[in-house]
Design a binder for this molecule. Structure first.
Ligand code: 5AD
Ligand code: SF4
Length: 472
């Protein structure tokens, strides 16, 4: 799924599900939309599409939900705690609705798709329930609610990619942006609810992706992250099938827009990542040497139960290919602790594959059974919660040590950094990233600004940040 040390956005917002307000340029007398997003980077990108659709029907955004005519919450179902957070947030909105009965409250995204009209019964304050493929219908659904009815559209589509909609870049640093390249997922990982909530995989037209990236570059953006649940299965064909673009070719076309445009991508799938993709990354300096390659478990029996369709040996072979073709490439992963039937020996296999790869970064979770998934139907969630938590703690401790070792290898070296803004701690310092995704902080100098590339000599590091000085 979505990923990595790519960008703060992904670390802070997508993975940890922090809500971020999206704000549109103001129009006088416009109705006000308040929208909050949870979950993966794809959800944040989708909220920008929703904002664009509603902007066309006369909505501005507000950062104060007390002022809103419409409150939307773009939801995530990936783990039970993601859904709990949304329900808690909805109960906060119910107080506002009591004071302002005309307020429209809508639930968008994966929870909407999973629970459908049941949501209306469970959460009485909700007026609109809209799945990820039905956002074009939002203006109609809002009209329907204004006539006093509840409104639901959770139809999934085989071809909706919102390719023609120009996302409104909101809450943006003006330097880095996400671009969706596929929607949905055709894999059936047994733990995962995404194929049910986001439907079949479809690839967006390569022309529209490259045009969006080129437009972003012309507006001053310097980094795009191509997003999909499994970017390696991207395959777009023109209608007469005379033109076919796979992921390697799409990466190349995006990299060719301008050498000053950095290209990132997420998420790669171990079963699908090809040597062609690796050679393309190696060929272009502006495609970042960074791959998010979720392993989930280091044990082949568990991988089979997870229906990941690769073994430990296959995964290791892909890591070796990355190291051979892109020496020094940063690698991150996702790991699930305590999947059904996982023994202590299986867990040790996960720890040992971590030692083998030495990931730069990892997103680690305890297994959370999701209704309707293959695992929920066929397997027993038999690992006690405290065992899951202890295994997760062991994974986290190991990763912390590896992340620090990785960062320390940069000390004494010079990194080419794309400046994203001022440091969160001091406006006398700037921050940006090297192409491995590591965050770099260094003292500002009057002549440089966000969007510039500079060389920074790394002098020391904290557990998550490299600190250095400009090399002029
Ligand atoms: N329980 C725990 N983690 C999960 N993930 C997906 N589904 C579940 C689940 N049911 C994790 C996987 C995936 C990441 C986005 O979330 O590691 O790669
Ligand atoms: Fe990712 Fe597998 Fe879920 Fe698809 S089914 S989104 S590949 S974890």
């Amino acid at each position: 799924m979505i990923d990595l040390q790519i960008a703060d956005k992904v670390h802070d917002e997508a993975r940890q599900g922090e809500a971020v307000l999206l704000e549109l340029p103001k129009k006088p007398d416009a109705r006000k939309l308040y929208i909050e997003s949870y979950g993966c980077a794809m959800n944040f990108a989708d909220s920008e599409i929703v904002a664009s659709i509603l902007s066309d029907t006369g909505f501005d955004t507000t950062d104060d939900y007390h002022q809103a005519d419409v409150i939307f919450i773009n939801t995530c179902s990936i783990r039970e705690n993601a859904e709990t957070r949304v329900r808690n947030r909805l109960s906060q909105f119910s107080a506002v609705k009591r004071k302002n009965p005309k307020l429209i409250v809508g639930v968008l995204g994966c929870m909407a798709e999973r629970l459908k009209s049941k949501f209306l019964e469970e959460e009485r304050l909700v007026d609109v329930v809209v799945g990820p493929d039905a956002y074009r219908d939002l203006p109609n659904l809002i009209e329907q609610v204004e006539t006093g009815q509840k409104a639901v559209n959770v139809l999934l589509s085989r071809d909706e990619t919102y390719a023609d909609i120009s996302p409104v870049r909101l809450n943006s640093n003006g330097i880095t942006a996400f671009i969706s390249i596929t929607r949905g997922c055709n894999n059936m990982c047994s733990f995962c609810v995404v194929p049910f909530t986001r439907g079949r995989e479809r690839s967006r037209s390569a022309h529209s992706i490259v045009a969006e990236a080129a437009q972003l570059f012309n507006e001053g953006y310097r980094e795009v992250t191509l997003l999909g649940q499994n970017v390696d299965s991207y395959l777009w064909k023109s209608e007469d099938e005379s033109e076919q673009v796979n992921f390697a070719r799409l990466l190349e076309q995006t990299a060719q827009i301008n050498p000053l445009l950095r290209v990132r991508f997420s998420t790669s799938h171990p079963k699908d990542i090809t040597d062609e993709v690796l050679h393309t990354i190696a060929k272009y300096n502006n495609i970042c040497n960074y791959i998010h390659l979720p392993v989930q478990s280091g044990n082949s029996r568990i991988l089979e139960l997870m229906n990941r369709t690769y073994t430990r040996e296959w995964y290791i072979n892909r890591i070796e290919a990355i190291r051979k073709i892109i020496p020094g490439c940063a690698i991150s992963t996702d790991i699930i602790a305590g999947f059904c039937t996982e023994t202590e020996e299986d867990h040790q296999d996960t720890l040992s594959i971590m030692d083998y790869v030495e990931y730069d970064f990892a997103y680690n979770f305890t297994y959370s059974e999701r209704p309707g998934t293959l695992a929920a139907r066929k397997l027993t969630d038999d690992i006690p919660e405290e065992v899951k938590k202890r295994r997760l703690a062991e994974i986290l401790a190991k990763q912390q040590a590896h992340s620090l070792t990785k960062l320390q290898t940069w000390v004494g070296k010079t990194i080419n950094v794309l400046i994203e803004g001022t440091s969160k701690k001091s406006d006398k310092d700037l921050r940006g990233r090297g192409d491995s995704g590591a965050m770099v902080v260094f003292p500002a100098n009057g002549n440089i600004k966000p969007g510039d590339y500079v060389n920074v000599l790394i002098e020391k590091c904290t557990s998550a940040t490299l600190l250095g000085k400009l090399v002029l």
